[in-house]
Ligand binder design. Structure first.
Ligand SMILES: Nc1ncnc2c1ncn2[C@@H]1O[C@H](COP(=O)(O)OP(=O)(O)O)[C@@H](O)[C@H]1O
Ligand SMILES: [Mg+2]
Length: 294
């Protein structure tokens, strides 16, 4: 296993560090470097997951190619990027994308096909998910009669807040809101059909869209990765039971066994939790793409 990359350092360009990605501003383009950082409960953990950034990047690349929707990707060859990047090609290759810089649409475009997580909690209370009424009698993790679009705001800090489609339409233009909903649902539908054929249920996911100067919408950020989605193994899926997922569940479960209060710096992860988590990310990649992760 390689040493995890917790932070990239590229001189000469303004850098914004998100929870997972270091984003370098090249003017009309960006270089997005996915590090091996992992976050849980809105905190970045002090321990990285080796290869996680490469896995997330390779999976996003797979989906960009598969989906054939307009997207932000321009290239992945670090050797052909500006010299300060090329000089660190060994560290950056495989985890970096040169992309078109877009005006980020200030909503998380969430699509849910199954009743899980916060959706299940709300449904149990009032038979709705993000205000959308659903039939009575659904079980936890059951497939919804039809996938639903449940946008949320993009909070600069802290939690994103769910909003109704009507609130989103009022906050932007109705035409844009309609397009975001229709395109997000279309991408979810096509991706989830494919994922199911590969033995993975795509329970829900979050897309980010951006606008180019001419107003056209492109898919940006990462796409359909374990960090932005809830993946379940199809073979052990059973409505009424919360399936294991291909993501940081090990990390969350382990953190819950510690005395960490979620309001202060989180503890370092033990080696076996790191290894199991890495294995889950690799498994998601290999199942979905049919390729070996190297
Ligand atoms: N093509 C793009 N144009 C502008 N911003 C982008 C583009 N693609 C991704 N981003 C932004 O880059 C950041 C990626 O870093 P990430 O670690 O995912 O951040 P966060 O902690 O906000 O999730 C996000 O803020 C995302 O909105
Ligand atoms: Mg992100």
């Amino acid at each position: 296993m390689t040493t995890p990359l917790l932070q990239s350092e590229i001189p000469g360009f303004p850098c914004r560090r998100g929870k997972v990605r270091d984003v370098y501003d090249l003017g009309d383009r960006l270089v997005i470097v996915a590090t091996d950082r992992i976050s849980a409960f809105d905190w970045v953990l002090p321990t990285g997951i080796p290869d996680k950034g490469r896995i997330l990047t390779q999976l996003s690349l797979f989906w960009f190619d598969f989906l054939k929707v307009p997207h932000h990707l321009l290239g992945t060859d670090v050797g052909a990027m500006a010299p300060p990047f090329a000089a660190q090609a060994k560290t950056l290759q495989g985890r970096s994308m040169l992309v078109k810089k877009a005006a980020v649409v200030p909503f998380e475009c969430v699509v849910r096909g199954y009743l899980a997580g916060s959706g299940w909690k709300e449904y149990r209370k009032q038979s709705t998910v993000c205000g959308i009424p659903l039939p009575a009698g659904l079980q936890e993790c059951q497939q919804l009669p039809k996938a639903i679009f449940t946008p949320s705001t993009k909070a600069e800090t802290g939690h994103d807040e769910n909003i109704s489609f009507e609130q989103m339409s009022a906050a932007t233009e109705p035409k844009l809101a309609n397009e975001l909903r229709d395109r997000s649902l279309d991408v979810y539908q096509r991706a989830s059909l494919y994922a199911e054929s590969r033995g993975i249920i795509l329970a829900d996911t979050k897309f980010e869209w951006g606008q180019l100067p001419d107003g056209s919408l492109i898919l940006i950020d990462e796409v359909l990765t374990p960090d932005s989605s809830r993946f379940w193994p199809k073979d052990s899926y059973q409505p009424g039971k919360n399936p294991p997922s291909f993501d940081k569940q090990f990390v969350r479960d382990w953190l819950e066994t510690t005395t960490w209060d979620k309001n202060s710096s989180p503890p370092a992860l033990p080696g076996d939790v790191v290894e199991k988590t890495r294995a889950k990310y690799v498994e998601a990649f290999e199942k979905l793409t049919g390729k070996k992760f190297i």
